[in-house]
Design a protein around this ligand. Structure first.
Ligand code: ADP
Ligand code: MG
Length: 275
């Protein structure tokens, strides 16, 4: 893409906090590109599905998921963080995750996608309000990057590497989601997970969406992933979130491995100072 296009995407990013559809005259001013040219480029970007244009009482544009993700990737590339995008690793309920080569070696790039029409249910569950998806997605990426920075080294999470827009660059974990594996030592793994929840709680954080889908397992142990909705352990409903996280995991091990654990005891253990 020629530099003018990046400048225009840059202007959309700059104003997206204020406008759902950013007026083309503001884009023109910010990018220092004439209005007529801006509108021609915006139409072309719309043909490429990178922006969505709308004629209100003005000509306005907003990002599509593809546009925001490509723009965020470009920013990571400009910083020399990401060198090459690799294979699609998975489409989670609120993200698209790719393998990539970064300056740190083989890594993962997670493009956040919040509040997309097709993801309505999730939006209600995670309650981010009614902002435009691009604002929600960037906020979600920021939250995840912050949570990983607070937790990495204390809890087994991927190492956070960088963040731009809706993209979080992190360490690639060579492991599978808990729900995809048949464990030979389920009780041991369950205890590992509970211990991670305990360490996380000590660090003042509750995962908020812990389940068999957000735990990765390999011969080397367990990792917790997927943190955008993390909850502060001091917040009002903290205990409910903690209880729900633990319940999800305990239920999974009961259903799949017949392991009985008393949720009250586990909760007490997680909240206690004892190891
Ligand atoms: N750091 C990572 N290393 C390896 N795989 C990952 C990593 N982060 C995410 N994934 C894969 O991508 C999927 C979706 O990521 P996740 O963070 O759970 O987002 P979502 O909110 O979309 O569920 C995960 O279930 C996992 O398979
Ligand atoms: Mg997930």
């Amino acid at each position: 893409m020629d530099p003018k296009r990046w400048k225009i995407l840059d202007s959309i990013f700059h104003y997206m906090w204020k406008y759902e559809y950013i007026p083309s005259d503001l884009i023109s001013k910010h990018s220092k590109i004439g209005l007529e040219k801006v509108e021609i480029i915006l139409r072309d970007l719309s043909d490429k599905k990178l922006v969505l244009n709308k004629r209100l009482n003005y000509f306005g544009s907003s990002f599509t998921f593809k546009g925001l993700s490509l723009y965020s990737l470009w920013r990571l590339a400009e910083k020399d963080e990401v060198e090459m995008l690799g294979k699609l690793m998975g489409e989670g309920k609120e993200s698209t995750v790719y393998n990539c080569i970064s300056r740190y070696g083989e890594s993962v790039i997670k493009f956040h996608r919040l509040g997309h029409p097709a993801f309505k249910k999730v939006r209600e569950k995670r309650d981010y309000g009614t902002f435009h998806f691009s604002v929600l997605s960037v906020r979600s990426a920021k939250n995840e990057f912050q949570a990983l920075n607070r937790l990495y080294g204390i809890v087994r999470t991927p190492r956070p590497l960088s963040w731009e827009g809706n993209a979080v660059l992190m360490e690639l974990i060579d492991a599978k989601e808990l729900f995809k594996v048949r464990l030979s030592n389920p009780e041991y793994v369950l205890n590992l997970i509970i211990d991670e929840v305990k360490e996380m709680y000590k660090a003042g954080i509750i995962h908020g969406d812990l389940s068999q889908y957000n735990v990765l397992v390999s011969e080397e142990g367990v990792w917790l992933i997927d943190f955008p909705q993390f909850v502060d352990a001091n917040s009002e409903n903290a205990e409910n979130y903690l209880l729900r996280d633990l319940n999800n995991i305990i239920k999974y091990f009961k259903k799949n491995y017949g392991i009985e654990k008393n949720i009250e005891n586990v909760l007490e253990y997680v909240k206690s100072e004892k190891d």
